[in-house]
Each structure stands twice: as C-alpha cells, then as structure tokens.
Design a protein around this ligand. Structure first.
Ligand code: ADP
Length: 373
C-alpha cells in the first residue's frame, strides 16, 4: 500500500522539449487516479517518470514514504501494464504469469500460489494451460494484468491498457478493472486519452494539457465544475456547447453578447464577470442541459430563449442529438428520443444560467465557478 506524491515534477527531453511542466499531484493510498488528456499532453511521460523509465529533470517523486528519484524501476515496488503488453507466445498463461517471479527467484510454491490467486481474481483459471494465440484479446489483456498482479506491487501503473480492444470488450474490461481495484485495494495510476474511461474508472481524474495539470478532482466534480474552457470541452460527450462572444455592459448590467445573442448575466453571475467586461468570452452549456421546443410557449419557466434551426438529428435510441444553428453558431441539444422533431425545423432554445458557464481571461478560466453548488 502506498501513496504517490509528485512534487513539482518536470521533464525536459533532449533538445529542450518540455513534456511536463512543474506538476504536483498527491495520489492517495489505494486510490484509482486517472491521468487523462489529448495525445502529447505529457501523461505517458508522467507515468514513465513514476515508473522510473524516464529520468526526472526536476522535482521530487515519493512512493510511500520514500523519495525514489534515483531508485531503479525494479526497486520501486511498482508494476506496469502497457498498451502493447506482448505476452511470450511460446509460454502458457501460467508460465507467462509466473515468469517475472521466476526471474526474481521466488520459491516455486509461492509462485504457484500467487499465479493461482491472480488467475482466480481475473477469471483465468480455466485458461492457465493455454498459449496466448488461443485466447481472445480481452483474455490476453487479463493475462497482462495477471503478470502485474502476481508481483503484488504497492502501485500499479497502467498506460492505455484497453486501447487495443474493440469497443464492446473495452466496456467489459472497464468493469473488470473497477472490480479488480476494489478487490486488490492497491493504488492504481492509469493513463488514457479517453475521457469516458477516465470518468468511469477514476476515484479522481487529473486532466492534462500541453504538459500542465489543468484540474484534479472527482469525475463528477470535474464534469460539473470545470475550471477552464479546455477541461469543460474535453470532459463530456457530446461536448459542451460554446457560444463565442464578449462580455459587455448593457443597460447598466453585465451581459454576454454576440451577433444576434444577448444573455443578461444577473445577480451573482453579473458580479463574477464584472472584472472582465469588454473581453472576449465563451458561454458554455452542456447539450443535455439545453431545452428545446417548437413553440416558445412549450418552454415553461424559460430563462433565456433564443431561436435556432435544426440541421441534423442523430437518433441514439435512449436520446437524440439535435445539431442546430443558433445565431449563426453551432449548437447541440441532447433531448428525449421521442420528442418529434425533424431536420430544418425552427426551434426555440432555452439556456438556463444555473447550468451555464462563462469562460474568459487567462487560460479561458471559468468565471462562474463559485456560482455552482
Ligand atoms: P501523451 O502520453 O499525453 O500522449 P507524452 O508524454 O508521450 O504525451 O509526450 C509529451 C510530449 O513530449 C510530446 O510533445 C512528445 O512529442 C514529447 N516527447 C515524448 N517522448 C519524447 C522523447 N523521447 N524525446 C523528445 N520528446 C518526447
């Protein structure tokens, strides 16, 4: 059991590329932490520094109580599972799982106990005598996990372990990983570019962009309270709507204004954006929080109604995604699948301030965060 502490960790590659800027993150004992962000944001480099596969340029890394900056990978009490897990093709599942322990000269009996225990945890008991080529992709991935589990490390490091699997298999492996984490009660650090994986697996998620940590928090907190426009746009499918415009004073009060759009920002919202009047801004609202209707009167209790035109509809069965244009800007709504609506319809769109965010200023920060519960 161990916590992992990154204290101003930095990585500069040869040639001066700063892959990870000074990053600090406390990962608690037994926590499932997901590092998530688009390709090139520095998440693998961060994981590889924790693993000891990449030299740390600056900062301090602790695993448990111990500073491990200079400790070689094999002595860090970690086990890593990669996307390309390459099992030994000529060995059986049992031999693949036992191999690392054999190299470390564990007694035969202990190896046997550990392999059988891991096989049980992973539902691989029936497959122990099979060779990898006689297994499905998901089963092979489980063997790769098994190789890590038998080591009984203090920390598991997983780098996109599911990305080679098909969509259905990914969903079932997600569930297995969740159960496995509960069973093993071990710290796990998991890297993915897939925000759905991050949301569904992480106790907490760490959203990264361009080598910087943007936000760390529980998945739903990050979803509801994104600190900036990047996080708001990266987490959540379909992505948050952003209307582009500026903050202005209109009739003595603050408002978000764009061509054909004027959204009064009253009360607390007005106060929060007051320091940014005259600046460019984005008005954000998630598609599932947008209400639409064919007549204005259908939108009971509406706060701010704008006219929109439906361009395309994607019927998903459990819901439908309505792609519209609102005052010349793209805008989507996720609504009940049985609401009757067709391409080309003129609609009314209701934006509730309660679910909206205003982004402006440095790093497009969320100015309205403190107005959220
Ligand atoms: P991610 O895992 O988020 O896709 P990486 O950590 O692999 O991102 O890479 C972060 C940045 O560091 C990228 O700009 C990448 O090009 C750069 N980078 C990664 N590995 C090396 C390397 N060995 N040498 C130089 N630059 C690298």
């Amino acid at each position: 059991m161990a916590e992992v502490i990154l204290d101003n960790l930095k990585k500069v590659y040869d040639g001066g590329v700063i892959a990870v800027h000074e990053s600090s993150l406390d990962i608690q004992d037994k926590e499932f932490m997901v590092l998530v962000g688009p390709s090139g944001c520095g998440k693998s480099t961060t994981l590889r520094m924790i693993a000891g596969l990449e030299e740390i340029s600056d900062g301090v890394l602790k695993i448990g109580e111990r500073v491990v900056n200079q400790v070689p990978p094999k002595d860090r009490d970690i086990a890593m599972v990669f996307q390309n897990y390459a099992l030994y093709p000529h060995m059986t599942v049992y031999q693949n799982m036992a191999f690392g322990l054999k190299l470390r000269k564990f007694p035969k009996k202990e190896i046997d106990e550990r392999v059988r225990e891991a096989a049980k945890a992973l539902g691989l008991e029936e497959y122990l005598e099979r060779k990898p080529k006689a297994l499905s992709g998901g089963q092979r991935q489980r063997v790769a996990l098994g190789r890590a589990i038998v080591r009984q490390p203090k920390v598991f490091l997983l780098d996109e372990p599911l990305s080679n699997l098909d969509a259905k298999m990914r969903v079932s492996m997600r569930k297995e990983l969740n159960l496995l984490h509960k069973r093993l009660q071990t710290t796990m650090i998991y890297v993915t570019h897939d925000q759905v994986e991050a949301m569904t697996l992480g106790d907490r998620i760490c959203v990264m962009s361009h080598g910087y940590i943007q936000q760390v928090g529980k998945p739903l907190d990050v979803y509801d309270r994104p600190v900036n426009k990047f996080v708001a746009g990266f987490i959540g499918t379909p992505t948050m709507n952003f209307l582009e415009g500026e903050l202005k004073e209109v009739n003595g009060a603050s408002a978000f204004v764009a061509e054909g759009i004027e959204i009064p920002l009253s009360g607390k919202y007005g106060e929060l954006v007051a320091g940014h009047l005259g600046q460019k801004a984005s008005f954000g609202i998630r598609p599932e929080k947008v209400r639409i209707a064919k007549t204005e009167s259908e939108l009971e209790g509406a706060e701010k109604v704008l006219p929109g035109k439906v361009e395309v509809i994607e019927r998903l069965g459990d819901s439908q995604l309505v792609f519209m244009e609102v005052a010349g800007q793209p805008f989507n709504a996720k609504i009940d699948s049985h609401y009757e609506i067709t391409d080309g319809d003129d609609v009314w769109v209701d934006l509730a301030l309660e679910y909206s965010h205003v982004f402006a200023g440095e790093n497009d920060k969320n100015l309205t965060l403190s107005a959220k519960a």
